[in-house]
Each structure stands twice: as C-alpha cells, then as structure tokens.
Write a protein that binds this ligand. Structure first.
Ligand SMILES: Cc1ncc(COP(=O)(O)O)c(C=O)c1O
Length: 237
C-alpha cells in the first residue's frame, strides 16, 4: 500500500517536522503512468530511503538515502573527532562518518551507477511497467481460481493471497486456514521453485508475492500458483 503522502507532507509542513519517506521498495513506481500521481508527493520529502537492490534491479545489497538538506544531515550525525571531519575551507571528498553511523564502506555505488546507466529512465519505466503487468496477471489468476483467495485491494507489484481448499466451504475455519498456509509457505520456500514471503493482515495469514525481477515471464508467474497448489495437495493428502 502507498501511504497518503500529500496529507502526511501537509502535517509535517504545518508542524515543521522532517518528512521522511520509506520508499525502499515502492518509490521507483513513480516512473509509471499508473503510480505517478500517487507518488508525486515524494518530491516534497526531506529525505527518501530507496533500496536499489529492490525495484532498481541492483544485485543485493545496496541501500540509498536521498536528503534534501545535506547540512542538516551532517549536523545530526557529525559527532566525530577532528581527524574524521571535513575541514572548513579545504576542498576534497567529504567524510561519510559525518553523514551517518558508517565510515568505511565498499564501493557499492559502482553497481548502482552501472545499473542506472544500463537501464536508463526509459528502461526502468518499461521494466517496472512489466513487473506491474506480471502482478496483475497473478492477481487475475488468483481471482479466477476456486481454491485461492486474493487480498484486495492489491497495489504495486505485491500480491497477497491464500490457499482455501474447496472442501473448506464458504466459511472456513480461520485458524486451520492460517496453519495450512503457513505449512504451504514452508514447503514452497524449501521447494526452491518460487519464493514467496508472508504477511498478516486483519489477523489473517497471507502468502505474499513481490515481483521485482525484470526477467519475470508469464510462465514464471503462472508457476507460482502451481507450486502453491502442489504444496497444498502434498500437505492435505
Ligand atoms: C518499505 C520497506 N522498507 C524497508 C525495507 C528493508 O529492506 P532492506 O533491509 O533490504 O533494506 C523493506 C524490505 O522489504 C521494505 O519493503
């Protein structure tokens, strides 16, 4: 889900509060026509967390934070001795220790830079649109299946669902359904065909698919329900 960013930004502005957005997964969807409006208020953020290893297709791991006022960030973190501080009036590179808790770090920026160069704006837009289409396909397949329940509304490329055996009837036992889906999750994860995670919404346990691979194809998406169904049958039999 996407938080009401504009409303939160208004409240922050009214109370002079720093407006940070955790866009680790979802922020890149601003490039798509479908989510450009819902994410437009990212432009109002004082800082934005982004995980290039999620929807910017960078190999694990690379975290990124964009900060509007670098001096404010420096003032918050620069609690370091003079030998780790940028000297006023002297150019050169800044000390990372003045902008966060970590000083020494590997050259993760290289792979981020390479991915940005490789995909480009148009490439990212096309790949993220493709992931959204794959998520739509999965959601439609779940909706059409008698033995699956889709969590609605779904947004971005996350699709939550659960297996509901037809024998469970119209009003299935909630605890048994949770236990069955937990067992399915374990089997699917250990099976290695597809990877699903899980979540709890409204007290119920849901399987959770998140598509952030530009190479995901229709047959990959279709294999998700096959894998879940196979796991369910193996458990229920
Ligand atoms: C919105 C959001 N924030 C933060 C994280 C933390 O991710 P990581 O530990 O990979 O940086 C996640 C992970 O899925 C996420 O979805």
């Amino acid at each position: 889900a996407i938080d009401p960013l504009d409303e939160i930004a208004d409240i922050c502005a009214r109370h002079s509060v720093w407006f940070h957005v955790d866009g680790a997964y979802g922020a890149p969807a601003i490039l798509t026509t479908r989510y450009a409006k819902a994410l437009a208020a990212l432009a109002r953020a004082d800082s934005l967390a982004l995980d290039p290893h999620k929807w910017l297709y960078v190999p694990v791991e690379a975290g990124l934070v964009l900060v509007r006022d670098a001096d404010a960030m420096r003032a918050a973190f620069s609690l370091v001795p003079p030998y780790l501080r940028t000297v006023e009036g002297v150019g050169g590179l800044p000390w990372f220790s003045e902008y966060g808790v970590q000083q020494t770090r590997g050259f993760r920026a290289l792979k981020v830079w390479m991915a940005l160069r490789y995909h480009g704006l148009a490439g990212y837009r096309a790949s993220i649109e493709h992931d959204l289409a794959m998520a739509e396909r999965l959601a439609a397949a779940i909706q059409a299946a008698a033995d699956f329940q889709l969590f609605e509304p779904h947004s971005l490329s996350i699709v939550c669902f659960r297996y509901v055996p037809s024998a469970a009837g119209r009003d299935p036992d909630a605890l048994r359904l949770d236990a069955l889906n937990k067992a399915i999750l374990e089997k699917v994860q250990l099976g290695g065909r597809v990877f699903l995670s899980s979540t709890v919404v409204g007290g119920a346990f849901w399987l959770r698919a998140c598509i952030v691979n530009p190479r995901a194809q229709e047959q990959d998406v279709d294999s998700v329900l096959d894998a879940v169904r196979d796991a369910a049958h193996a458990i229920v039999m």
